[in-house]
Design a protein around this ligand. Structure first.
Ligand code: COA
Length: 532
């Protein structure tokens, strides 16, 4: 056996300090998650309930199998923007009649469930997850359509939502729409484009134009029910396949639809797996508060993989990147984890080789980020750091096995790219509250700006204002620090969520299970030209 040993001193001061820092950050994240859970706030929630309606998450709870987890995605979407945290939409992966599905639910308590630019990004991301992993989609619909004041940001790109639904269908991925309320204008194309449609009696309103618009357009007098009620669509237009008496009935019928999909995963569930030998709780005390001090990622690996069993690849070569093979909830994974932060030529070449091996063996890859980027300096440039970094980025870009990324600490510069950052299409990317990501560290960035400004003043023959420079540096540092934090990045949909380190194994296990719904096949060739 190759069980990892631990050097973590859980009784020591360093551990206590790191744990306290992580718990502090987790508290902040929990506060923001609470905002997403509160939806539109007490007044709108009370009004919604008074109408005899269930909240978005209550609908999901009734839809999924009892006592099964729901992996919510992007709960902090819209954070730091003018819109409510959560972006008036809930998305995630849940199990319905034993089938892992991508579920979306509008939150009608937030501005009538209208879609703002962040809602759109979140919905498009959900479609991407469904498509890449071949997960059936269930949409729980009740929305005021486009958020009208921000229509310019969403109307044109928003068309992709409907295109996605029909492309999923064309790819043989089932789509189910359950309509609980308003689904007007563009929204009507959600049921319109779905394979299976359920509508709730006297609640669903599915029409291209409501009574006022019809009156304006043609002069015709009409009402909601005759234009787009569930009964009309079930009996007359044929848009509704199933007529539900109330919300629980609609959710019951949605479960029956999924039960009859005859949906099979490409890979069977591997069954029960051995837990790690070390306590997941200890993941709180590994990452240093200020990220400057290095930490051994094997301490993390030991607490997330089955039996803490890890076969390291090239342990003596390129030692600031740890690579190796393990199983996680029974699924094989190849792990790339930054050890000392910086990526040198050897690490980059080792990564490229490792990624190719995983592709030959059809093994998904897990990237554990804590990198300040590729090494700079004369020695390294002359040693070919650009072409070696490019090899790694080439391998990551053209790899075909599923990638999962977790930002534990720093994820700076091109290191973020080489480690399969967001733009490299990892199937899932999560951040710990300790993570930071930017083009470079705040101090470095402020320092670079200052040097450039000083040189520019000198070139013009102007004196340089040193006091002004200090103030500018402080301001820039603060700004970049704020923009590097996980809540900010999650708000912009640059990850799929900020997770508690203790949940890492569970979250990755759920992701690996979802990923294996689609065939896992590596690239046998098809990499770009590797510069040697
Ligand atoms: N864009 C921006 N804000 C919207 C909105 C939209 N599409 N739909 C609703 N809102 C706002 C309302 O102005 C209201 O804000 P307020 O409470 O600050 O006054 C809040 O969301 C709740 O709306 P309200 O109408 O009170 O809720 P409701 O549950 O009674 O009705 C709708 C919900 C969606 C049926 C109704 O608001 C509606 O018809 N909206 C317009 C729908 C539309 O035409 N959309 C364009 C389609 S492309």
């Amino acid at each position: 056996m190759t069980v990892l040993r631990t050097a973590l001193d859980t009784a020591g001061a360093e551990y206590a300090e790191r744990r306290a820092a992580m718990l502090g950050k987790l508290d902040e994240v929990a506060g923001e998650h609470d905002k997403a859970l509160a939806g539109g706030g007490e007044k709108y929630v009370a009004r919604h309930r008074a109408r005899g309606k269930l909240l978005a998450r209550e609908r999901i709870e009734l839809l999924v199998d009892p006592d099964t987890p729901f992996l919510e995605l992007s709960p902090l979407a819209g954070w730091g923007s003018d819109y409510a945290v959560g972006a008036s939409l809930v998305t995630g992966i849940g199990v319905i009649e034993g089938v892992e599905c991508l579920i979306t639910a509008n939150d009608p308590t937030v501005r009538g469930g209208a879609s703002n630019p962040w809602t759109l990004k979140k919905a498009l991301r959900a479609n991407e997850v469904a498509s890449a992993n071949r997960l059936p989609v269930v949409s729980l619909v009740e929305s005021g359509g486009a958020d009208l004041p921000s229509q310019k940001e969403i109307f044109i790109p928003g068309g992709a939502l409907f295109k996605d639904l029909t492309r999923l269908s064309a790819a043989g991925i089932p789509t189910v729409a359950v309509v609980f309320g308003n689904s007007t204008a563009g929204g009507a194309y959600v049921p319109g484009m779905s394979d299976h449609v359920i509508m709730v009696k006297e609640r669903a309103k599915v029409f291209l134009g409501g009574p006022p618009l019809v009156k304006m357009a043609t002069g015709e007098e009409s009402d909601d029910e005759s234009l787009g009620g569930a009964e009309m669509h079930a009996r007359t237009s044929g848009l509704a396949d199933h007529f539900a008496l109330d919300e629980p009935d609609a959710l019951r019928q949605a479960r029956r639809v999924v039960a009859r999909l005859n949906w099979r995963k490409a890979h069977a569930d591997p069954g029960p797996a051995e837990p790690p030998k070390y306590d997941e709780e200890e993941l709180l005390g590994i990452v240093p508060g200020d990220l400057k001090a290095p930490f051994d990622p094997r301490e993390v690996i030991a607490r997330i993989v089955d039996g803490s069993d890890f076969d390291e690849f090239k342990p003596l070569y390129g030692t600031s990147l740890t690579t190796g093979w393990a199983q996680l909830h029974g699924y094989p994974v190849g792990i790339l984890a930054n050890a000392q932060g910086v990526l040198f030529s050897a690490e980059s070449q080792k990564a490229a080789q490792f990624i190719q091996l995983a592709n030959q063996r059809d093994i998904p890859l897990l990237f554990l980020h804590n990198t300040t980027g590729y090494m700079v300096g004369k020695e390294y440039e002359q040693g070919g750091i650009i072409k070696h970094g490019a090899m790694m980025i080439n391998a990551v870009s053209n790899s075909r096995v599923p990638h999962l990324s977790v930002l534990m600490g720093a994820s700076y510069g091109a290191g973020h790219y080489g480690m399969c950052g967001r733009a490299y299409d990892p199937r899932f990317l999560f951040a710990w509250p300790s993570a930071k990501s930017a083009v470079m560290g705040p101090q470095q960035l402020a320092g670079v700006l200052s040097i450039v400004a000083r040189a520019s003043a000198a070139a013009k023959g102007q004196p340089y204002d040193d006091d002004g420079d200090a103030a500018l540096r402080a301001m820039v540092e603060q700004q970049i620090e704020a923009e590097s934090l996980p809540m900010f990045l999650s708000g912009r949909l640059y990850d799929d969520g900020v997770i508690d380190p203790r949940d890492t194994r569970t979250v990755l296990g759920l992701c690996l299970s979802a990923v294996h719904t689609a065939p896992v096949e590596g690239a046998r060739g098809g990499f770009g030209v590797f510069r040697m």
